[in-house]
Design a protein around this ligand. Structure first.
Ligand SMILES: C[S@@+](CC[C@H](N)C(=O)[O-])C[C@H]1O[C@@H](n2cnc3c(N)ncnc32)[C@H](O)[C@@H]1O
Length: 294
């Protein structure tokens, strides 16, 4: 294990506050992304410019992969301002418990759920998904929408998801990852990618990648139902975001304080290494005792 991985084995709350709490980030997420802190899903033939539609479609993909009946209890690991939780409650009839480690995200999540009259079906509490504040076997489903990259110990997070799911419970993970282990990337790609992963507090992306995540899920006790490489559906969002924000970023970089605009910078700079980034939807099930391996 390298020094970077050892350093990564704790919750970097200061780093996460820097990523999500700076004025620039908050403005970006509240005004531009309308409180969603996730990418989008564009079907072939659809316009890439309709980012909000793409975000709603991505939430629908999650709801369909969860494939749970109305009233099922679901855990949202890294709920942010609760946009995904409310989508699951309003469009799929699920009862969602969100956890997050940022108090200002949780406050927003509660406020927006109350405003949408969805506070009876969405609740939010402080929790680090590496040590979830829940009993064993209590959820029918769990998901992580673009949050596992923040994990300082992905194997431990997956073990926690497994613990809180009932036998037969379903897990859906959505998010970006390196196509191959970082060690196999070209030095040029690593030189762009690694400072970005550090700045964005993405230690998980140094541990898992497209090749080993199914194995990590299996080691945590899951049966992997599907590892869907969905990059083609995410790429239109990457292209549109790059086109929208390249010039604003150049202006802010030259005349403003670049540190305040970390998220803007990352969306623009990531574009240069997009060929090494894949977007996946992993669906897995906690086996029932009779189906579990002996
Ligand atoms: C990219 S945002 C996604 C938020 C939300 N899922 C969405 O799609 O709008 C990542 C979220 O994960 C949260 N997070 C990071 N590490 C976490 C941890 N160890 N436990 C719980 N939440 C965490 C962050 O605070 C942030 O709200």
């Amino acid at each position: 294990m390298g020094a970077q991985e050892l350093d990564a084995h704790q919750l970097d709350l200061t780093g996460l506050r820097r990523v999500y709490g700076r004025t620039g980030s908050r403005l970006f997420y509240t005004r531009v992304a309308r409180n969603a802190r996730h990418w989008g899903w564009t079907e072939p033939g659809q316009s890439k410019w309709r980012l909000w539609r793409a975000q709603r479609q991505l939430e629908d993909v999650l709801g369909r992969k969860l494939a749970l009946p109305v009233g099922a209890r679901v855990m949202d690991a890294g709920c942010g301002a609760g946009v995904v939780a409310r989508a699951m409650a309003a469009r799929f009839g699920l009862v969602v418990t969100g956890v997050d480690v940022l108090d200002f995200h949780l406050r927003e999540a509660r406020r927006l759920s109350a405003r949408a009259a969805l506070d009876d079906r969405t609740t939010f509490s402080w929790g680090d998904y590496h040590q979830l504040p829940f009993e064993n076997d209590v959820f029918d489903g769990a998901y992580s929408m673009e949050t596992l990259v923040h994990s300082y110990d992905p194997a431990r997070a997956l073990a926690e998801f497994h613990r809180v799911l009932r036998p037969g419970g379903r897990l859906v993970l959505l998010g970006p990852m390196s196509t191959v282990p970082l060690a196999e990337l070209t030095p040029q790609a690593r030189a762009v990618l690694e400072p970005y992963l550090d700045a964005m507090v993405f230690p998980g992306a140094k541990v898992y990648h497209a090749r080993n995540l199914p194995q990590l899920l299996a080691e945590a006790g899951f049966e992997v139902e599907e590892a869907l490489d969905a990059t083609a559906y995410y790429e239109p969002t990457s292209e549109a975001v790059y086109a929208y924000f390249r010039l604003p970023w150049e202006v802010l970089r030259r005349f403003g304080d670049p540190a305040r605009w970390l998220n803007l910078r990352s969306t623009v700079e990531m574009y240069a290494v997009r060929e090494y980034i894949a977007w996946y939807v992993h669906t897995a099930v906690k086996p029932t005792p009779e189906r579990a391996a002996p």
